[in-house]
Design a protein around this ligand. Structure first.
Ligand code: MF3
Ligand code: CO
Ligand code: CO
Length: 254
């Protein structure tokens, strides 16, 4: 994937990405008030699927390389790709990442947020705040001529200064009518290294930040990625476009 060519999107295509991105943001806003102690991750999934269909869109994760559900729900020590399940009931003090990717008119809007369930510990809240700031610091690096390593470095420097670690095994990705394509977007790295950003590039930035070690292990189900030390992990994701003079976040509300 690292050596594949990076497609530059036309303004017409970016407009479609923006429509799909708005939908992703609205879906997360719609699910937010449901995130309370007692709700199952399957209930969140089913509401997401129903809402997405009502908007004339489809859920990209459903059936993607065999993924069985419409969204990913990653609770506490789950780093990413958690599978919604009726037996998984959110508890006061949990943190849960909800990752949605509606496809609207053929284009993908990929975004996730980590929500607090009830009242998590101060350390859990700090992890979630630091992770959201990591995403925003990386977005602030995006402009034509910047290097991919600048984004990763911004995330890694801040996360590690806060005593946390950056997951290596999962990266951001180019996205368009294809869910996952070039470029790869590592959330760690060295300033000045990596591919040069150009107007029309569209990709996700989706840092996963761990309380303990950065190492991940994938469960028997082939999807659920956990921290090896079972400490907490948080994630935030936006789909962004490199513009003529900077960056546009595509997964914001319209
Ligand atoms: N939305 C995830 C991402 O940010 C991908 C989920 S793929 C699935 O790239 F198959 F696990 F749903
Ligand atoms: Co996603
Ligand atoms: Co993504």
């Amino acid at each position: 994937m690292g050596s594949e060519r990076i497609t530059l999107l036309s303004s017409r295509e970016i407009d479609k990405m923006r429509q799909a991105g708005h939908l992703a943001a609205e879906l997360l806003d719609h699910l937010a008030p449901m995130v309370k102690p007692g709700v199952s991750t399957l209930e969140l999934n089913d509401e997401a699927e129903r809402w997405t269909q009502k908007r004339g869109a489809r859920s990209a994760p459903l059936g993607y390389h065999g993924f069985p559900k419409s969204i990913c729900t990653s609770v506490n020590e789950v780093i990413c790709h958690g599978i919604p399940n009726e037996k998984e009931i959110l508890q006061d003090g949990d943190i849960v990442n909800i990752d949605v990717t509606p496809i609207l008119n053929g284009y993908h809007g990929d975004s996730s947020r980590t929500f607090l369930v009830g009242n998590p510990s101060p350390e859990a809240k700090r992890l979630v705040e630091v992770t959201e700031k990591c995403l925003n610091l990386a977005i602030a690096e995006v402009k034509p001529g910047a290097k991919m390593g600048d984004l990763g470095a911004a995330i890694q420097e801040y996360a590690e200064a806060q005593g946390f670690s950056v997951v290596r095994d999962f990266v951001g990705h180019g996205i368009s009518h294809i869910f996952h394509t070039a470029p790869q977007v590592p959330h760690y790295g060295v300033r000045g290294k990596g591919k040069k950003l150009k107007p029309g590039m569209v990709f996700t930035i989706e840092p996963m930040i761990n309380e303990g070690t950065h190492e991940a292990v994938v469960m028997e189900d082939g999807w659920t990625a956990l921290t090896v030390d079972r400490k907490l992990s948080a994630q935030f994701e936006h789909t962004i476009a490199v513009t003529k003079d900077g960056v546009e976040i595509l997964t914001l509300r319209g």
